[in-house]
Structures are given as structure tokens and as C-alpha cells.
Design a protein around this ligand. Sequence first.
Ligand code: PLP
Length: 457
Amino acid sequence: MSEKKIPYKIYLEESEMPKQWYNVRADMKNKPAPLLNPATLKPMTAEELGAVFCKELVNQELDDTNPYIDIPEEIRDFYKMYRPSPLVRAYCLEKKLGTPAKIYYKFEGNNTSGSHKLNSAIAQAYYAKKQGLKGVTTETGAGQWGTALSMACAYFDLDCKVYMVKVSYEQKPFRREVMRTYGASVTPSPSDTTEVGRKILAEHPGTTGSLGCAISEAVEAATTREGYRYVLGSVLNQVLLHQSVIGLETKTALDKYDITPDIIIGCAGGGSNLGGLISPFMGEKLRGEKDYHFIAVEPASCPSFTRGRYAYDFCDTGRVCPLSKMYTLGSGFIPSANHAGGLRYHGMSSTLSQLYDDGLMEARSVEQTAVFEAAEQFARIEGILPAPESAHAIRVAIDEAMKCKETGEEKTIVFGLTGTGYFDMVAYEKFNNGEMTDYIPTDEDLAAGFAGLPKVE
Ligand SMILES: *Cc1c(COP(=O)(O)O)cnc(C)c1O
């Protein structure tokens, strides 16, 4: 072991930033199951996918053989505006906890969109521009993805139409205005601007919307317009690929100081930040070079990994998207109204689902009051106000560090701090007022979601 003093922040030089993304599927023996055409139940072809997604992104989506894919120079130039992101040694938190564990976090909140989502947004906008498209459509829930995509589209001078879950549209006016400032048009979903939106409104008058509805609307808006494609901010293979920039930078930074992590932790919504953070390390594990303990953290109120089924399911409520095999709670599942911590998608990346099913990683669910306690503890000692999503990872990092305190083990823990929580102050307010409660869905609640799973043999 080298005895180099490890700084509070490990920064990389621009020249040390990755020039290629890493595609973990290339090293997986059991490949993730293919997307299926919902009408024929046959694997989606590149041509079929090309009607919805940009051509080069379809190639990336279907590529499970090439381990490395070049990052175009234009994308690397954009990355340089806010990357490399720092890997921080949480010395202050360690001291406060009195743990012998060594804790590091990779902070992705240092850009205006406030999260890691910009890493994929800029790549997707680039390929859309290169294809000569006029614009892209997408959905956004809490708003981070819509914000990131608006920034990316502004940079490449592309039109950006965002369908925003109605409840967020109303509750998060500032998010909405950031998107409009970057030139995006923002429509509350469900809306009467699409056929599927009108249908959902007729069936559920007064609904405040869901991610699944907004996806259906955004897909329809893209496929019925000349020169538009749909883009998605999580779940898909291509998004995990772009997010591998997080893990690659983390690994380069750790290698500089001869640090080998024992535990790597990330929050899991659709799985993109976690997939991106762990990919290069998972690659080493898959190739039998090293072993790591990976932990996916999800909300107890939306427990896709820990209580979901591994099955083909719809990605959206309107059932217009391809079927994906994943850990899922059913496309009709909507987390209870008191859930405030994000990560509310019903399914999970098919790549991570396969890795989890193969026993290569662990998943844990945590309750939201415990998540906000961890967020507050972290903010007060490390200074950064974390996004509630990120605080799921903080919770488990603290739990693991406290176990080390009991056993005296000096484990090295790395976790992903995916973003800042400035736009989540309504949730923090609820917590500060002591009004936040925990709701864990019952087996009956979940059964209703599972009943809607499609039959695929
Ligand atoms: C969107 C988001 C997540 C969850 O999405 P993944 O695709 O699972 O990474 C986590 N943290 C922040 C800050 C986000 O914006």
C-alpha cells in the first residue's frame, strides 16, 4: 500500500478524462434480454427502433459485443465544461461518524441541471443533430432529465419538447422555467395535445399524471412529427453506456492513489447512474480480475429490485413502447402519494436486472424518513445539499460505515452523489415539519401491479 496522503478532492486533468465509454454488456456472459415488439413479441429490429430513436443510439442500444465505444470529440468538449467531476473523500463525515471506514463520493451535481443526467442528454442531442433531425421529445418527472435535455438541445440548436408529469409541472414551477429558459417547450402530462393523452384523460379525469403516461405522450409526439425522435433519460442500455463516464473517472481517480473500493453504492431509479458508476468495476468482476460488493438502493415505497418480478413488461402506461425484461412492479404501479424521494419508476434497467438476477449485486430498500435523516446529516457535515434520490445512497453508505465502526473493519466505501436538492425543498420542508411518513406497499398493493404484466412466453 502506498502511503500517499489522499486529498479531500481527487481531481483529474482534462487529459485523464475518458475518450471511450465502457459497455459492460460486452463482458456479460448472460446478456440482458432483448426489447420485444409489443405486437409480435419478436425482438425489436434496428429498423423498428429507428422509427422512435436516433439511428446511432439504436446501434448503441443493440450493441452487446463492443466493450469500448468512442466518445465523439464534440461531446468530450461539452463534458469539459463541467467535468471531470470531483471524487471527494468524506473525511468530515468519517470523523463525525467515528468510523474506521474510508468513504468517498463521486459528485455529479456540479452543473446547472443539478444531476448526472446531462452526461447522457448531451450525447443523445449530439446524435440527433448529427442525423439532421429538427428536434427531440421526452418526458420528465421531477424535472432533472428535462432540464438536462433542454441544456443539451440549446447547445446543439435542436427543438426540445418536454412532457412533464402534471403534478410536478404545478409543484415545481422553477424547474419548468429553467427548461423554458433553455428554449424547451414544456407541456403538462397527460395533455390534450396527443391521442394517448386524451384517452388517459377520458379514462382518469383529474389525474395528476405519471412518468408512464408522459412517456406515451412523448413517443407519440415524436413518431407523428417529421424530423423528430424520442429520447429517454434512464433505463435504456445506451443511457447506461453514456453514464459509464462516471465510473471510468472514478476508477482513474482511485487508481491514482492505489485505492481499491470494497463496497460501491448507488441509488437506483431506472438504473442509469448506478449502472454508469459500477460498470468498469463490474467489468473487472465479470472478467474474474477483482471482486467488489455492489449495492443498489431503492425506496421501500417503490421496491422494483427487492420486491418486483423479473419479467417482460411495458415501459409506459399507454403501452406504446417496446417490452423490456426487467425487475418491475408492473406498468400500472404508482407509488403512494406520500412518497417524496424520487426514484419512482416501476421498472429497472434490463442490464442491471440481469446482473442482479445473476447474483452479481445486492439490492436494498430504505424508508424515506431514514433517507432524509441521512440527507440532513450529510448536508450538515459535508456541506452539499443532496438530492433526495442521492440520499438513498448516502443512507446505505452511512449504514455500512457504522457496521465498520462495530467490527473495526477499515473498508473503503464509494458511493454516487448524483445531484443537488435545491428543487426538492418541498420534500425537505415536509421532513423539517415532521410531516413526512413512511408507506410500504402491502403485498395486495403490489399484486394489482403484477396483474397487469403482459403474458410473454
Ligand atoms: C434521475 C435521478 C436519479 C435516478 O435515475 P437513475 O437512472 O436510476 O440514475 C438519481 N439521482 C438524481 C439526482 C436524478 O436526477
